[in-house]
Design a protein around this ligand. Structure first.
Ligand code: GUN
Length: 292
């Protein structure tokens, strides 16, 4: 039987409706939540993410400052801009779009954002608090994945979850949230990566399979257990001359084949992506509440 498709767009729009009400209440008390977004360079995927974030701010009625800098920007110039946003009382959250050009030390930039405005949840203080189960900004894609599972009535507690990918942005934090003693947690978690032996043998044991490895259609049908829930985090551009823009987007999962094996699956686009932006808005609104 074909899998049920988890509609990330729909779930994201429901969460944004709730956020809209909170924004109105904040505005009534004189606070407009604000987000500062910094993009360095011309990477087309990053540009499109950043414009989606700008649009989401506009739709929710948030204040946003979007700064686009050339690829040659120096690390010191970028750090100075982060300092300016750190000190700007209209800005509750700061997001520096990654990846940054190679000559810039990404960790240094992430650590420069004050934890009170770290709506990406990438600062070591935020990561440390997340691992300890303390209240903090959670990274947006991992948090969005947990929300997708909860909204789709997937039982996470006690499930065997396999995460494929170990990035700081998705793999490591989502594994941690799934492991945590909280709603959407309490799973048994295995993390696979590029050096894992016999990956298929491990993924086939997953009740919930999370693909975040950044390789187009890496997860094939034979790697999925019958009835598994499949969450596809990948957004890969593959050349396609039949498309006007010359490429199409595919996930990390061979979607059509997986539809026949999974019980529930996220599409690409329209699955995890809209949730990432929504959780960024969620963090920004919550940061603004802390101003009070
Ligand atoms: N690049 C890819 N995903 C993300 C994200 O969630 N935040 C930032 N800042 N950059 C990214």
């Amino acid at each position: 039987m074909a899998a049920q498709i988890i509609d990330g767009k729909l779930i994201a729009s429901e969460i944004r409706e709730d956020l809209k009400k909170e924004v109105l209440e904040l505005k009534a008390s004189g606070i407009t939540p604000g987000l500062g977004v910094i993009l360095v360079g011309e990477d087309p995927a990053s540009r499109s993410y950043v414009s989606a974030k700008e649009k989401a701010c506009d739709n929710l009625g948030l204040y946003s400052e979007n700064v686009k800098l050339p690829a040659e920007t120096t690390e010191e110039e970028l750090l100075a801009l982060v300092d300016t946003m750190n000190n700007n009382s209209k800005i509750d959250g700061i997001l520096v779009q990654l990846p940054l050009p190679k000559h810039i030390d990404t960790d240094r930039v992430i650590m420069r954002i004050i934890p009170e405005k770290d709506v990406d949840g990438f600062h070591p203080q935020s990561i440390g608090k997340m691992i300890m189960g303390k209240d903090t900004f959670l990274p947006c894609t991992p948090h969005g994945i947990i929300k997708l599972l909860l909204h789709s009535n997937v039982k996470v507690e006690g499930a065997n979850v396999v995460v494929v990918g170990r990035s700081n942005i998705v793999g490591k934090p989502v594994a941690n949230l799934l492991l945590s003693k909280s709603e959407g947690g309490n799973a048994t978690v295995t993390v696979c990566h590029s050096r894992t032996k016999n990956i298929a043998e491990i993924t086939r044991r997953a009740d919930i399979l999370i693909a975040a490895i950044g390789k187009p259609e890496f997860i094939t049908a034979d790697m999925i257990k019958d009835g598994a829930v499949v969450i596809d985090v990948g957004v890969n551009r593959v050349d396609d001359s039949t498309k006007k823009r010359g490429y199409r987007l595919v996930g990390d999962v061979e979607y059509k084949a997986a539809l026949e094996k999974a019980s529930k699956i996220t599409p690409v686009p329209g699955g995890v992506g809209p949730m990432t932006i929504t959780m960024l808005m969620y963090n920004t609104v919550n940061s603004a509440k802390n101003r009070k």
